[in-house]
Write a protein that binds this ligand. Structure first.
Ligand code: URA
Length: 209
């Protein structure tokens, strides 16, 4: 399916299976989300630019490769994106962070922006947009529409779960944006939930239900 990357590493699949289970506590869900996000970062950032620096080991001088974390932006779609953000920041602590707040108009189901804050000079940065569930795709598409106004060097999208409807919406609007997910589930139900899914990601992260 084009630009869709399913991270099928056994550790990722194991943690996702734990997270799907309804008995998992808020604390457990949050911890698993951080762990799975760290593992997914490994795949998502596989092609991040590196440069050589000179270093001294206790024995001699040598060169080593480093990334420029400050050139990376993790853009979290509020509110559920913050769980993935925490995991990604564990592995790239110097990354910059952006936030995009969107709510779904109950009548039209259209994503309406209420907050948008990004680091400056986005045209010099690679952006990784994070949101656990790519469901209808409305929020992801709207978030990326806005980001593209600032012409970042690249944009990737990371979620835990998606479905054919979400992938189709993203690929129709933003075919240039690679999607990274731990699973492509069966479908979207009539209420906009991914099934079999894991329920409402925000409620499960924050214990709001
Ligand atoms: N958002 C969620 O939190 N869960 C879904 O299944 C779909 C959208």
């Amino acid at each position: 399916m084009g630009n869709l990357h399913i991270v099928d590493h056994p550790l990722v699949q194991h943690k996702l299976t734990m997270m799907r289970q309804k008995e998992v506590s808020t604390k457990g869900f949050r911890q698993l989300l951080i762990e799975i996000s760290m593992l997914m970062a490994y795949e998502v950032l596989r092609d991040v630019p590196v440069h050589e620096i000179e270093i001294d080991t206790p024995l001699e001088s040598t060169t080593g490769r480093v990334i420029d974390g400050k050139k990376l932006v993790f853009a979290s779609i509020l509110r559920a994106g913050s769980g993935i953000l925490d995991g990604m920041l564990n592995v790239v602590p110097s990354a910059r962070v952006g936030h995009i707040g969107l709510y779904r108009d109950p009548k039209t189901r259209v994503a309406v922006e209420y907050y948008f804050k990004m680091p400056s000079d986005l045209h010099e940065r690679d952006v990784v947009v994070v949101d656990p569930m790519l469901a209808t795709g409305n929020s992801a598409v709207a978030a990326i529409d806005r980001l593209k106004e600032y012409q970042p060097k690249s944009i990737k999208f990371v979620c835990l779960l998606t479905c054919p409807e979400g992938v189709a919406a993203m690929q129709a609007a933003h075919p240039d944006v690679a999607i990274y997910t731990a699973a492509l589930d069966r479908e979207l139900d009539a209420d906009g939930y991914i099934v079999p899914g894991l329920g409402d990601a925000g409620d499960r992260i924050f214990g709001t239900k």
